[in-house]
Design a protein around this ligand. Structure first.
Ligand SMILES: [Zn+2]
Length: 157
């Protein structure tokens, strides 16, 4: 191995190390670990980022992007996989798909680089808590918005 490729592989491992500390799994949002994966036909074991809870190799995504993607899937009922049943697995697949789109967009707009976000991020989580999602069939046009909010808030869970 010459010095150039040695530098590149150390650089890669360093980058993966930082990602595993900073990022979360794009499927479950859980923590990531570095794992040495041994292939029979290759002398060097490859180091990859791994999600233990999903048991898969995972590149990882910035936690803010995961949080935004899961909010989008849960609140706007986004479904990329139309032919598949809606369950926890497809929910994770949808979140991962939105993570991919958001991560690409952030990188494309220069908001992220190899070190993560390079601009201050304000997640404004409370916006979602105050956001009310209703099906159009449930909307009573005779009532004011405030009356509907009050009615929903008084409903037993
Ligand atoms: Zn996971």
């Amino acid at each position: 191995m010459n010095m150039g490729s040695l530098y590149l592989s150390e650089n890669r491992i360093d980058n993966l190390k930082q990602r595993s500390k900073r990022c979360v799994c794009s499927y479950c949002g859980g923590p990531l670990t570095l794992r040495r994966i041994i292939f029979n036909d290759v002398e060097d074991a490859r180091v990859e980022i791994f999600c233990d809870s999903c048991d898969r190799i995972e590149f990882g995504v910035e936690p803010e992007i995961y949080s935004s993607a899961s909010n989008f899937v849960d609140n706007l009922e986004f479904n990329y996989f139309e032919g598949l049943d809606r369950n926890e697995k497809t929910r994770k697949m949808n979140i991962s798909k939105v993570c991919e789109i958001l991560a690409w967009g952030c990188k494309n707009m220069g908001l992220t680089n190899r070190g993560g976000f390079c601009v201050p991020v304000n997640m404004a989580q409370s916006d979602w808590a105050e956001c009310l999602m209703m099906k159009s069939a449930d909307i009573d046009t005779e009532k004011t918005f405030e009356e509907m909010v009050e009615e929903i808030a008084c409903r037993p869970l």
